[in-house]
Design a protein around this ligand. Structure first.
Ligand code: PEP
Ligand code: MG
Length: 577
């Protein structure tokens, strides 16, 4: 068999070796054919078998959900189970098979289109969101119809276990469920390195590739492939010797990670004695454990969006309070920076999604702080929850996607009002809760001096800062090649922010993916960055680089990088010892 190599974008480092499982999710790939009369009964049987298989699959998912996941994830699975009992999805397709003499997939697709049509005419936004659930349930049955149900119960329970999943795209919630079933890696046909799913793969330590077009056409179910998550390659049809070679590389990678553990309890101090803070970015409850395991000095970015996923209504104040309180308690007095909701663009979740049509240009639309200021019912409970939790540790509140000082003024005013309310309600909070803002929009970097005078800290979100500076949608794979952290404009904005923070005596951290990318550590140190926040998977490696760096020597190099219109030329010197 010839070796086949497919190239995409490696979004999560590591090697995965395993068998392919393709997920067919789009309706367009459904085969449609007419049956002869004598085939009808067996086709109905086939449809009914796939229904009970789908139920069995969902029950397994339900039983295996870890306690650490919010209760809503379970409720979401229950809703799908209930839908699988509904006559609209059980009897109606059977009637269609009988009356139209069509195959089960076709009958199900016809019925799905009918249901969706009804949903689309509804005024009720809640019911309209149920349309997505219908699609998820229908896709599950279609997938089973296509794959066949001749598999044993044990296989259902471990459907994704030890598999390399190939899909058109994966939602963050799918990724979480698959990780709990023990997938080895995933490949998607669409998506970019900064999509929420890619960030999640890194934080969960799953080797992953995105942007491999037609991957489901080239890769076959059950064949063994190797994923190289760093270089963005998937290899199929490997001879046994080559497979052994990759198994050795995988083991070497595991040994390297094991050796890095020696850095867990070492201070993050440079050769010339500067102390660098290495915080973790967290979003899922298990990220807390992972961050503590690598001895992160705190949390520089708690993405609270996760609390709003897989549900149709936002979490109430009490539920949020408990989540923030638990994180603060777990970090035992180390700082935990809770970022207020950053919904919008690629972070579309059900809970809290406002009832309005999708913007034509969502990245420039009602996102993050803009959405929160527009939706007080979403924002105020979150701020109250953060304030209430603040007495359980060293909380910090962070505002995403600031573009003007007026937004800061508005947030500070709301926080003042809420503090007053809490006092009246006799609920404790930290009156000194530090409030900081993210520098993610060029306007914010250019006005970082003003922002620094009104805030307690700044944090540079390079994922968005690069997107907005270079005018490239971070999830659009057709322009991904333009995404360049070393672009002189990006480096200037980072430097400008660091300088403004320094002048105002306000700490500046960097919590975009650049902070966890070893290629840039020495450059960032040279530019003056002292506070890094990253996914936990790279924290120890970054600490290793920090402990081997002499910042004094790096300043000159960083200065040259700032002057250069080809900073890439300096990379060999910046990544060297
Ligand atoms: C960023 O933009 O760099 C950032 C950290 O925020 P997010 O990736 O969640 O948008
Ligand atoms: Mg951002």
């Amino acid at each position: 068999m010839a070796v086949c190599a497919l190239h995409g974008i490696g979004v999560s480092r590591g090697y995965a070796i395993g068998r392919i499982l393709r997920l067919q999710r789009d309706q367009t790939e459904i085969v449609e054919y007419r049956l002869s009369l004598h085939q009808i009964d067996s086709e109905i049987e086939r449809f009914k078998r796939s229904l009970s298989f789908a139920k069995q699959e969902l029950r397994e998912v339900r039983n295996r959900l870890p306690d650490s996941l919010p209760a809503e994830v379970g409720a979401f699975v229950d809703t799908h189970l209930l839908m699988l009992e509904d006559s609209l999805l059980t009897h109606a397709p059977v009637e269609l098979i009988r009356s139209q003499q069509c195959n089960a997939e076709w009958a199900l697709k016809t019925q799905r289109d009918k249901i969706v049509q009804v949903f689309e005419t509804m005024d009720d936004s809640y019911l309209r969101t149920r349309r997505d659930d219908i699609d998820h349930v229908v896709m599950r049955i279609q997938r089973i119809l296509q794959a066949g149900t001749e598999t044993s119960d044990a296989v259902v329970a471990n459907r994704f276990s030890e598999r390399i999943v190939v899909a058109d795209d994966l939602a963050p919630a799918d990724t979480i469920l698959m990780q709990h079933q023990g997938i080895y890696g995933f490949i998607t046909e669409y998506g970019g390195p900064l999509s929420h799913t890619a960030i999640l793969a890194r934080s969960l330590g799953i080797p992953a590739l995105v942007g491999i077009h037609n991957a489901r056409r080239y890769l076959q179910d059950g064949e063994i492939v190797v994923i190289d998550g760093q270089h963005g390659v998937v290899l199929a049809g490997l001879e046994p010797e080559l497979l052994t070679y990759y198994q050795h590389r995988q083991q070497a990678e595991q040994r390297r990670l094991q050796q890095l553990r020696a850095f867990r309890h070492r201070p993050a101090r440079t050769l010339d004695g500067l102390h660098i803070t290495l915080h973790a970015n967290i979003e899922l409850p298990e990220d807390i454990t992972a961050a503590l395991d690598v001895s992160a000095s705190g949390v520089g970015l708690y993405r609270t969006e996760f609390l709003f996923m897989n549900r149709h209504t936002p979490p109430c104040e009490d539920e949020q309070f408990e989540a923030y309180r638990d994180a603060l308690i777990a970090f035992e007095g180390r700082p935990v920076t809770i970022r207020t909701l950053d919904l919008g663009a690629d972070k579309q979740v059900d809970g809290g999604r406002p009832d309005r049509p999708l913007a034509t240009n969502p990245a420039l639309g009602l996102r993050a702080i803009r959405l929160c200021l527009r939706e007080p019912n979403l924002f105020r409970p979150q701020l109250r929850a953060i304030l209430r939790a603040s007495v359980y540790g060293k909380a910090r509140l962070m505002i995403p996607m600031l573009s003007s000082i007026q937004e800061v003024t508005q947030v500070l005013q709301i926080v003042r009002e809420l503090k007053q309310q809490l006092q009246e309600d006799r609920l404790p909070f930290d009156p000194q809760l530090p409030i900081g803002g993210m520098i993610e929009v060029p306007a914010a970097a250019l006005c970082a001096d003003h922002l620094a005078r009104n805030l307690d800290f700044l944090s540079i979100g390079t994922n968005d800062l690069i997107q907005y500076t270079l005018a490239i949608d971070r999830v659009d794979e057709t322009v991904n090649y333009l995404y360049e952290p070393l672009h002189p404009a990006v480096l200037k904005l980072i430097h400008m922010t660091l300088t403004a923070g320094h002048a105002a005596g306000v700490p500046v951290s960097l919590c975009g993916e650049m902070a966890g990318d070893t290629q840039y550590t020495r450059l960032l140190l040279g530019l003056g960055l002292r506070h890094f926040s990253m996914h936990t998977g790279s924290l120890l490696e970054i600490k290793q680089i920090v402990t081997h760096s002499n910042v004094d020597g790096l300043r000159q190099l960083a200065c040259e990088a700032l002057q250069s219109n080809q900073p890439h030329d300096l990379m060999s010197r910046l990544t060297g010892p």
